[in-house]
Design a protein around this ligand. Structure first.
Ligand SMILES: Nc1ncnc2c1ncn2[C@@H]1O[C@H](COP(=O)(O)OP(=O)(O)OP(=O)(O)O)[C@@H](O)[C@H]1O
Ligand SMILES: [Mg+2]
Length: 254
């Protein structure tokens, strides 16, 4: 059974068909890349599976259950975490605090309990800190825990966003353009980190424009063009696919 399966997922924004009957299956332990030109529908697809948006048609299955249209916090509790294409870090908070903030879907105490200082809050706060530190260790940022997030270079900011996702204890992690703007060294480090996370048992679905990174890291590649899936297969097959080359890769890989 696949970890996640999309069956004919479509998304319309008024007259625009951002996704057109997209179907694919993502299996446990895979690193899958979702590629395609700007505006192809990649982020829209993330939004539709992560609960930030509802598909207009089709179904999303996660861990064997139909989760179509479930809200983001429910998807988070079910074991799905994501990073965003545009940074959502709080620059004035510390690195550790940024990760703790991301854990809210796993804590039950809420603001009222925090205000009333109920015992549950104290225990949850300790657990949250421990989980957050563990997540920072996994991306190699433990020694930055007390620094202001705003002081981190871009490569470490992206790792921090990943740590924030990991702190919710996901089985599936969605990364939207994690290598965007990174230099070669930062990109290589990111690649090691993503592989390590997968080896620890977290399945990965990532959107990325850096083709060297994509072809190097992924087991399977899904290609979108104008909201339609035009190819789906292992990297070597995708690189040789005439329709993919025409739509997207151009001279890049020739
Ligand atoms: N909330 C929205 N309302 C209206 N149109 C939208 C909305 N979100 C996305 N779109 C449109 O849907 C299409 C797909 O956008 P999307 O952001 O998913 O593309 P993308 O593949 O992530 O592109 P990029 O590589 O530039 O990030 C685009 O034409 C975009 O303008
Ligand atoms: Mg996008």
């Amino acid at each position: 059974m696949p970890l996640m399966r999309l069956d004919g997922v479509s998304k319309r924004f008024g007259g625009l068909e951002a996704l057109r009957e997209v179907s694919f299956a993502l299996h446990v332990g895979q690193i899958m890349a979702l590629i395609g030109p700007n505006g192809a529908g990649k982020t829209t697809l993330f939004n539709c599976v992560a609960g930030a948006d509802r598909p207009s048609a089709g179904q999303v299955f996660f861990r064997g259950e139909d989760v179509t249209g479930r809200p983001a916090h429910a998807m988070c509790r079910a074991g799905l975490a994501r990073t965003f294409q545009h940074s959502r870090l709080f620059d004035d908070l510390t690195v550790l605090e940024n990760v703790i903030v991301g854990r809210h879907c796993r804590t039950y105490a809420g603001l009222a309990a925090a205000f009333l200082r109920l015992p549950r809050h104290g225990r949850e706060e300790r657990e949250s800190r421990e989980q957050a530190m563990h997540a920072l260790t996994r991306v190699g940022l433990a020694d930055r825990a007390q620094d202001e997030a705003g002081s981190l270079p871009l490569g470490e900011r992206h790792l921090l966003e990943i740590a924030r996702g990991l702190a919710t204890e996901p089985v599936l992690l969605l990364l939207d353009e994690p290598a965007a703007g990174l230099n070669d060294e930062e990109t290589a480090n990111l690649g090691h980190c993503v592989r390590r996370i997968r080896d620890d048992g977290v399945t990965i679905l990532l959107v990325e424009h850096d083709m060297t990174f994509v072809m190097d890291i992924s087991d399977q590649v899904v290609v979108l063009d104008y909201g339609r899936k035009i190819a789906d297969g292992p990297p070597l097959m995708i690189q040789a696919d005439p329709e993919v080359i025409r739509a997207y890769l151009g001279e890049d890989l020739e």
